[in-house]
Design a protein around this ligand. Structure first.
Ligand SMILES: [Zn+2]
Length: 309
C-alpha cells in the first residue's frame, strides 16, 4: 500500500473502484516486471483499457487474475480485497455466514472465497527453518466418544481414538506451524521436527514419551513435567504453544462452531499465517497475502479431493 491504512473505512477510500484494486494487484504481482501467466515470457503488451494484456511470444491475452486464486471469479476484486482485510485482521478469522452478510454475497461464495484465501495463506509459508528456542506440543480436536451414538462408538478407545491429532511448533517470538498428524508417535514427530526446525535449536516439550526420541540428534531438549503439577521453570515452558491451541479452539468453536476433519489443515494454516504475522499492521498483512496468490484452487478440488488443498 502506498500509505498506511488504519481502518476498513479508509481501505474503501483508498480503493474507490475496481480499477484501483487491479492497479494495486498489478503493482504487487508484477513488482519485478510483468510476465505472461502461460509461458512466463516477460515480453508483455498492455492494452489501453488497463486490464487486458497480451504476450508477445505465445500471443495469448490475459488479465492480472489469470494464474492466481482470483482466476475465473465472478466477484469484483474489490470484494476479494475486503475479504482479505477481514480474514487477516480478525484475530479469530471470520465465518462464511458473516462474510456473506458483510460483502453482500452468497454464503456459498463466501465459503469458497475463504477457502481460496486459506489456500493462499498456506502454500508458501513453509520455507525457512525455525530456530532459536522452539516449543513443541500436540492437541486433540473433537470426537468426544461419549457423545456419539452407541453403535458408532469405537471399541476399546483410549487417548486419541476418534479425535483429530494436531502437532505444532512455535518459534519463540517468531513463527508458528501446525498440522494434523495421523499418529502421535516418535517417528511422526521426529519427521515433522526435522523438516521444520534447524539444527542446534533448543526444543521445549512436555513429558510425553513421544518427544524422548528428539534427545538423540542435532537438538537440545528440555521438558516440563505437567503430570507432577509443574508448569514451567523459567524459560522451560510451553505456554506459548498452549496459547496458540486455545486461540485455535476459540476460532473453531467460537466462529465456525464445527469444521470437518478434512479441512482442519486449511483452518490451521489460516491461524498459523495470522499468528506468525501478528506484529504486522493490518494493511501490511493484506499486502503480504497478496504476494502469495499464485496458483488455483478449484471448487472441485476443494470439495472432492482433499489432497490438493
Ligand atoms: Zn506467453
Amino acid at each position: 500500500m502506498k500509505r498506511p491504512i488504519t481502518s476498513l473505512y479508509e481501505f474503501f477510500e483508498v480503493f474507490p473502484d475496481e480499477q484501483s484494486v487491479i492497479d494495486h494487484l498489478r503493482a504487487i504481482r508484477w513488482r519485478d516486471g510483468a510476465y505472461c501467466p502461460h509461458c512466463a515470457s516477460k515480453r508483455v503488451m498492455h492494452f489501453s483499457d488497463k486490464k487486458t494484456h497480451k504476450c508477445h511470444d505465445c500471443r495469448q491475452r490475459f488479465s492480472i487474475k489469470v494464474g492466481t486464486i482470483f482466476e475465473d471469479t465472478k466477484l469484483p476484486l474489490r470484494k476479494w480485497f475486503a475479504a482479505i482485510w477481514l480474514i487477516t485482521s480478525h484475530k479469530k478469522g471470520i465465518a462464511s455466514t458473516q462474510l456473506a452478510k458483510d460483502l453482500k454475497i452468497t454464503q456459498k461464495s463466501a465459503w469458497f472465497v475463504l477457502h481460496r484465501l486459506r489456500y493462499a495463506a498456506k502454500t508458501k509459508s513453509f520455507q525457512r527453518p525455525l530456530s532459536g528456542a522452539v516449543e513443541l506440543d500436540e492437541t486433540l480436536l473433537g470426537g468426544k466418544e461419549s457423545n456419539k451414538h452407541k453403535n458408532k462408538r469405537r471399541k476399546g478407545i483410549s487417548g486419541t481414538a476418534g479425535k483429530t491429532i494436531v502437532f505444532g511448533m512455535l518459534e519463540r517470538d517468531g513463527e508458528v506451524r501446525a498440522k494434523t498428524i495421523k499418529k502421535l508417535d516418535g517417528k511422526t514427530v521426529r519427521g515433522a521436527v526435522f523438516d521444520n526446525v534447524a539444527d542446534r535449536t533448543v526444543l521445549l516439550t512436555d513429558e510425553h514419551v513421544t518427544y524422548k526420541g528428539l534427545d538423540y540428534g542435532p537438538y537440545t531438549r528440555f521438558s516440563v513435567n505437567h503430570g507432577q503439577g509443574e508448569y514451567g521453570r523459567g524459560p522451560v515452558h510451553i505456554n506459548g504453544i498452549e496459547g496458540v491451541w486455545s486461540l485455535f479452539k476459540r476460532q473453531i468453536y467460537g466462529i465456525h462452531h464445527h469444521i470437518s476433519a478434512k479441512h482442519t489443515d486449511a483452518y490451521l494454516g489460516e491461524m498459523c499465517y495470522r499468528y506468525s504475522r501478528r506484529n504486522l499492521e493490518e494493511y501490511q498483512r493484506v499486502d503480504d497475502l497478496l504476494t502469495q496468490i499464485e496458483g488455483r484452487l478449484t471448487y472441485k478440488a476443494l470439495t472432492h479431493d482433499q489432497e490438493k488443498i
